[in-house]
Ligand binder design. Structure first.
Ligand code: PLP
Length: 466
């Protein structure tokens, strides 16, 4: 790893305050009480730095969100200017602000032709949560109040509000937590690596579409409002569906008047080489696209729901009883967040970062594929700047290591020791870089991963797991 840079922060005090007072999201308390957290204090371009001055390549874009990279002074400046001019005012009751208005128009311009209306939220969970409420409202207003059920998928990740957690299909995410009963039906995820034996890709696609058809037949289309899916499943394992899957799923859904909601919280804003992946990559025309993360590159919290003209026609009809569209958040269309997003989009366009991803992405895919030679690497998958390594104990049987081997943590630790941050997710490791990675960065990162995987195999052998 590069030599530490001196820091002026009191590391010991901050570490203790954090451990004693900050309840972190997704905390592993089996290690937190002893080890506490690592404080990241500085960031510039593709690098971040911890409180001790150690510098790392950011291999996860913060949390799949810092798409334009760190330390963009012009975003900070746009936010500061807006915060100084007018930091906040309501967007309820026919009030608005200029950045939220401009951003809505910009999103409508960038989105597929039929998506021209934007509902703002505070992040991905609230975007999904608000969407389900809007979809239910839509069908209520159409006089179809039974259309309530939402089809999601096992291993989907849609967030952690009560409603978003209920959409989420990663079982371990909801251990000891409650979810809503009877609202969501989870279909199988599209997992090519672990598909039923003997099926080729096309047969597997048929199989998944047949499952959707059977589920609709069982529940009844009159009781189903929508299907929600990530174009590439992210936190559930960076699962790329078989070719044609999304378009065929949409075809079936359309035939039954079931809406298609694309959760593009991760795939949106360049990660797959396009501002929106739904139409450009997967040939779908969703009724709704949900956005967060890369929308503002994480410089400020922001979520958005892009709504089709067809839905808006109903949502935008006066209620007639003096009622209003009573949903939304104090921070819907927050001016400072929207100012950050506008500048973020300007940078994405000016620096042609989608083109960079289309150019460097396949190179990253190929470079990571070479890691398959390691004994623990069962699968390297993903697309462009959304990649994943699946670690296994046995490549032939695809058997996993016992959970207590913490294989994903081991790989991430070894990589971090060598100057690269990647994300452990159970037995997986996710690589989702800022969109400014170059071929040179890929070479550097993959060389580190190569060493990290060798060191991991050694440590697994030492501890009797391999
Ligand atoms: N949807 C997807 C696909 C996500 O990956 C995430 C977060 O990782 C969310 C929704 C939730 O977003 P947030 O954490 O901003 O609420």
């Amino acid at each position: 790893a590069p030599a530490p840079v001196p820091t002026t922060l009191d590391a010991e005090t901050l570490w203790r305050q954090d451990r004693d007072h900050f309840v972190h999201p997704f905390t592993d308390f089996s290690v937190f009480h002893d080890k506490g957290c690592e404080l990241i204090t500085d960031a510039e371009g593709i690098h971040v730095q911890d409180i001790h001055g150690n510098r790392f390549i950011d291999g996860i874009a913060g949390l799949w969100c810092v798409n334009v990279g760190h330390g963009r002074a012009e975003i900070g400046q746009a936010m500061a200017e807006q915060a100084t001019r007018m930091a906040y005012f309501s967007t309820f009751n026919n009030l608005s602000n200029a950045p939220a208005t401009r951003l809505a128009a910009k999103l409508a311009e960038l989105a597929p032709a039929h998506l021209n209306h934007v509902f703002y939220s505070c992040g991905g969970s609230t975007a999904n949560d608000a969407t389900i409420r809007l979809v239910h409202y839509y069908f209520n207003r159409l006089g179809k109040p039974n259309k309530k059920r939402i089809l999601s998928r096992h291993n989907a990740y849609h967030g952690t509000t009560y409603l978003a957690a209920s959409l989420t299909g990663i079982e371990s995410n909801n251990w000891e937590f409650d979810t809503l009963d009877g609202l969501v039906t989870h279909l199988s995820e599209a997992n090519l690596y672990r598909r039923p034996e003997g099926m080729d890709e096309a047969q597997y696609c048929d199989h998944l579409v047949a499952e959707l058809e059977a589920t609709i037949a069982e529940i009844g289309a009159d009781n189903i409002a929508a299907f929600i899916a990530e174009p590439i499943m992210g936190a559930g394992g960076v699962l790329v569906a078989p070719r044609g899957y999304h378009a065929r799923m949409q075809e079936v859904l359309r035939a039954h008047d079931i809406l298609y909601i694309a959760d593009e919280v991760v795939t949106g804003f360049g990660r797959l080489g396009h501002i929106f992946a739904s139409e450009a990559v997967f040939d779908t025309q969703p009724d709704v696209i949900n956005l967060a993360k890369g929308l503002s590159s994480g410089y400020a919290p922001l979520g958005a729901t892009l709504i089709s003209d067809r839905l808006y026609e109903v949502l935008g009809t006066p209620q007639g009883k003096g009622g209003v569209l009573s949903t939304g958040f104090t921070y819907s269309g927050h001016p400072v967040s929207c100012a950050a997003a506008l500048k973020n989009i300007e940078i994405l366009e000016r620096e042609e970062l989608c083109a960079n991803v289309r150019e460097v992405g396949p190179y990253l895919e190929q470079a990571l594929a070479t890691l398959s030679r390691h004994p623990t690497v069962g699968d390297v998958r993903g697309s462009h700047f959304m990649m994943c390594i699946e670690n296994v104990a046995d490549k032939d049987t695809k058997a996993l290591f016992p959970v207590d081997a913490r294989v994903g943590d081991r790989v991430a630790f070894e990589a971090q020791q060598r100057g690269l941050i990647i994300r452990p997710v159970g037995h997986l490791n996710v690589i989702s870089p800022p969109l400014i990675w170059t071929r040179d960065t890929v070479d550097e990162a993959v060389a580190i991963l190569d060493e990290a995987l060798a060191a991991t195999a050694e440590s697994l052998r030492r501890d009797g797991y391999l």
